[in-house]
Design a protein around this ligand. Structure first.
Ligand code: V1D
Ligand code: CA
Length: 461
């Protein structure tokens, strides 16, 4: 399948009115929230000294259930992503390697490890390929629910593995479920905004969409040129059609709640007004919390959650994903709290007493332990203002760019949902319901639209 760039309209555009998202705050609507989770995903193990602990997903799920949040959303156990689905982004040579290699045959395949970046960050572990299929399957399932309109917000805490590349794993990420999900959203959505609040730069997603204007990437991260993955300076802004569509917010150690939230809002509001996405993918890496084992920021769970609340206030179909997060008890607290934000539900500050693994949350057993104030804030006002101004300058270019003209989807191209569901539908999901696309308008907000496509989603890349 070859990717074709969409037709570009060169007609002059009038300035659209600012995004009216405040009404969503004052008059919250009953949103359809879906939660995509396969219990098996928490049982994989990267190795004894490895900081990535899939068990954090089990802890999160127990807290979500303990608070009774499953009564307020539709829960799906997704099927695993197929090899063909992974191939939409990843090279077959790489997938063949991932599928074949095991701890038992690793010695014989060690010659291939440098080529496929296998090492301390990305070790070979039991069930690695299945693990990838499981978390990617959940993101694809969530994207399908958004595309059909069965979900307004779809959550997959096992996803958000933003570093994986077409040919190799990177930074604990083997397949890039985010790129795969966005590629599928692009069949229905003219413009997808990707937002990344993980401590690390979302390099794999940025790289995949670096030359297209169909996806804007916005990553907040620690940056000093050296910190993993080493990318994410303000000057990385996209190429070709994608020029000015990669936005990077490089931060120093110790950023606190007030400055992070103020910056997040001050940047996201104009991004929404300039880019006018039709859907959002939000990566909620929890390593940006204070006290994270690999972290160096000062954020509380409330501040992290405030970013989710602000994104939600725009009222667009939103895919909510996990990512990094290495102090597992705080990851579980954070993603549970963020699930409750998606559901507009207040949670008791004391964790439910019947939660399995409650001992992980002692001695306080609270949802909001104090995580802030341990690292000196190296982000001066002047520095942060410089970053904000730099982003505003990039956005000015967008306002002069022609908007993407999309074509209405012909009948049978809506078949993504049926294709992928047929024969592999799991027992939990409901029957097919009428597909609808309720959002839309072009970047001017003038034109309503039905289902949009951009024939094959390969090689945006
Ligand atoms: F501390 C470790 C112990 C064992 C194995 C790895 C690590 C470790 C810590 N930090 N590895 C890192 C980072 N890697 C390096 C390498 C050293 N260099 C030559 C490169 O600094 C990788 C950090 C990955 C962060 C992943 C993520 O949080 O962004 C994430 N997002 O979604 C899923 C994971
Ligand atoms: Ca980030």
């Amino acid at each position: 399948m070859a990717y074709e760039e969409p037709t570009i309209s060169v007609s002059a555009k009038s300035t659209p009115p600012p995004y009216d998202h405040t009404s969503y705050r004052t008059a919250p609507q009953k949103l359809k929230v879906t939660y995509h989770h396969d219990e098996s995903v928490g049982n994989y193990h990267f190795g004894e000294r490895h900081p990535m602990k899939p068990h954090r997903l089990t802890l999160t799920n127990h807290l979500v259930l303990g608070y009774g949040l499953h009564h307020k959303m539709s829960i799906y156990k997704p099927r695993k992503a197929t090899y063909e689905e992974l191939q939409n982004f990843h090279a077959s040579e790489y997938l063949d390697f991932l599928k074949r290699v095991t701890p038992a045959n690793a010695e014989g395949m060690a010659g291939m490890f440098p080529k496929f970046n296998i090492g301390d960050d990305c070790p070979i572990f039991d069930g690695m390929y299945e693990f990838c299929q499981t978390y990617a399957g959940a993101s694809l399932d969530a994207a399908r629910k958004l595309a059909t309109g069965e979900a307004d917000i779809a959550i997959n805490w096992s996803g958000g593995l933003h570093h994986a590349k077409k040919f190799e794993p990177s930074g604990f990420c083997y397949v890039n479920d985010i790129v795969l999900a966005i590629l599928n959203l692009l069949r229905y959505h003219p413009r997808v905004l990707y937002i990344d609040i993980d401590l690390h730069h979302g390099d794999g997603v940025q790289e995949a969409f670096y030359s297209t204007d169909r996806v804007m990437t916005l990553s907040f991260h620690k940056y000093n040129g050296d910190f993993f993955p080493g990318t994410g300076s303000l000057s990385e802004s996209g190429v070709s059609l994608g020029a000015h569509h990669s936005l990077n917010i490089p931060l120093r150690d110790g950023i606190d709640d007030d400055s992070y939230i103020a910056l997040f809002r001050a940047i996201l509001e104009p991004v929404m007004n300039s880019y006018r996405p039709s859907s959002i993918v939000l990566q909620c890496g929890a390593d940006s919390l204070g006290c994270d084992r690999l972290g160096c920021f000062n954020l509380s769970i409330k501040a992290h959650g405030e970013c989710v609340r602000f994104v939600k206030s725009f009222g667009l179909p939103t895919l909510v994903l996990g990512g990094g997060g290495y102090t597992v008890r705080n990851v579980a607290r954070c993603w549970t709290y963020e699930t409750s934000i998606c559901l507009d539900t207040a949670l008791s500050p004391t964790l439910p007493a019947t939660t399995p693994y409650l001992e992980f949350f002692g001695p306080d057993y609270t949802l909001h332990p104090r995580l802030t104030g341990r690292v000196e804030n190296r982000n001066t006002r002047k520095y942060l203002d410089g970053v904000r101004v730099g982003v505003m300058e990039q956005l000015r270019y967008l306002n002069f760019a022609p908007s993407v003209q999309m074509q209405e989807i012909p009948g049978d191209l809506g078949g993504w949902m049926e294709d992928e569901e047929e024969g592999v539908r799991d027992g939990v999901e409901d029957g097919e319901e009428g597909k609808e696309t309720r959002w839309g308008g072009d970047r001017d907000g003038r034109r309503g639209w039905g289902e949009y496509y951009d024939e094959p989603v390969e090689d945006v890349i």
